[in-house]
Design a protein around this ligand. Structure first.
Ligand SMILES: *Cc1c(COP(=O)(O)O)cnc(C)c1O
Length: 386
């Protein structure tokens, strides 16, 4: 069966008593034992909870893994994953990283003696140079956000395996609909399900999918012990969102491609960073390992003075953080999502004060282009007086 059919049927055949097509919300934390030494499979909701279990099984299947774990946020999922590591361990991490992940590593994990080095993970020579005797894993975002750098997952995970390292991939931007890292050699996939999987800017959630029995057992232990699990209502909301993932991703991609091409031709724009564009350095690798493109891209203005009026004049597009929902959102990474990343790293990767990130929603592309056009025209009028 194809992924579209799996997505539409998440939970639909799982409720045997009434046959409810929408799997119910089991709002319970305790489960009766039939007798001493017996269990229904559910004992206490932190360990296992029926609505969450249906979601977790769907996540594992969609990502071609062995086990899924639903967490209270993407950061909770990353915290659970990082708890695999011990004092003295070292990680190699994508340079243009989600700001919150960088903050978790540098401000919190570092206090527990887990260190990280940052590099363009597609540069295997650069990655190899960072290898230490205590290196335990490579953490990859592809595409990165906001600069949309692409890493060849097959190549890097094969290298990691040869060195005995785990490969962890944050698949938030592409989702299993477009890219399945475990099929390319990764051991762990992580999602901020708050973004495309939920898809409606209304539920905060994270997902982990693991490959292999031992790793899955270790993760189950950490998930239960740390306790950053997803509640039944949010598990249900997430499944409800995921049922339409295929339709949404196709529209996000279509809209983003149309708008990226429009902006590329605009006189106020210096460049557009979107792997679907042929001039993007990661274009070929992206096409090789993924069946489509995300709805996120960034663009750089020629003049930083345009940023403030554009953000003030966009109407249909909201000036807001987050990404991956049905509504279009625009954000200013240098002062918002990526403010925790030190200036020298931001400068090194080109995350400067002329860069805007656009999470293209599922509105009609013509309306989004019209909104951008009027905002750019207003900005020009204010700055140049014409
Ligand atoms: C948003 C995001 C996270 C963090 O997820 P939350 O659900 O906000 O905790 C992690 N990685 C990426 C790529 C993200 O976009």
């Amino acid at each position: 069966m194809k992924i579209e059919s799996h997505l539409a049927h998440i939970g639909s055949e799982k409720e045997p008593v009434t046959g409810a097509v929408s799997f119910p919300i089991y709002q319970a934390t305790a489960f009766r034992h039939p007798k001493l030494g017996q269990s229904t499979g559910f004992d206490y909701a932190r360990t296992k909870s029926p609505t969450r279990t249906v979601l977790e099984e769907a996540a594992a299947q969609l990502e071609s893994g062995d086990a899924g774990f639903a967490c209270s946020s993407g950061m909770a999922a990353l915290t659970t994953i990082f708890s695999l590591f011990s004092q003295g361990d070292h990680l190699i991490v994508s340079l243009d990283l989600y700001g919150g992940t960088y903050r978790l590593l540098e401000k919190i994990m570092s206090r527990y003696g887990v260190t990280a080095s940052y590099v363009d993970t597609n540069d295997l020579d650069g990655v190899s140079e960072l290898l230490q005797p205590n290196t335990k894993a490579v953490l990859i975002e592809t595409p990165t956000n906001p600069l949309m750098m692409i890493t060849d997952l097959e190549r890097v995970s094969a290298w990691a395996k040869s060195k005995g390292l785990l490969t962890i991939v944050d698949n938030t931007l592409l989702t299993p609909f477009f890219q399945r890292p475990i099929e390319l050699g990764a051991d762990i996939v992580v999602h901020s399900a708050t973004k495309y999987l939920g898809g409606h800017n209304d539920v905060l959630a994270g997902l982990i999918v693991t490959k292999g029995k031992e790793l899955s057992e270790q993760m189950a232990f950490l998930h239960n012990s740390l306790g950053a699990v997803l509640g039944p209502q949010d598990s249900w909301l997430l499944m409800r969102g995921m049922k339409t993932l295929a339709l949404r991703m196709e529209r996000h991609q279509l809209n983003a491609t149309a708008i990226a091409n429009y902006l590329l031709e605009h006189e106020a724009i210096e460049d557009v960073y979107y792997p679907a564009l042929p001039h993007h350095p990661g274009h070929d690798v992206q096409n090789k390992q993924s069946s489509g493109n995300t709805g996120i891209f960034s663009f750089r203005l020629k003049d930083a003075r345009y940023v403030e009026p554009i953000l003030r004049h966009i109407k249909l597009i909201a000036f807001a953080e987050s990404l991956g929902g049905v509504e279009s959102l625009m954000t200013y990474p240098a002062v918002q999502t990526h403010a925790d990343i030190p200036l020298e790293i931001r400068q090194k990767i080109g995350l400067d004060d002329r860069l805007l990130r656009f999470s293209v929603g599922i509105e009609h592309a013509d309306d989004l282009i019209a909104d951008l056009e009027q905002a750019l025209a207003e900005a020009k009028r204010e700055i140049e007086g014409v």
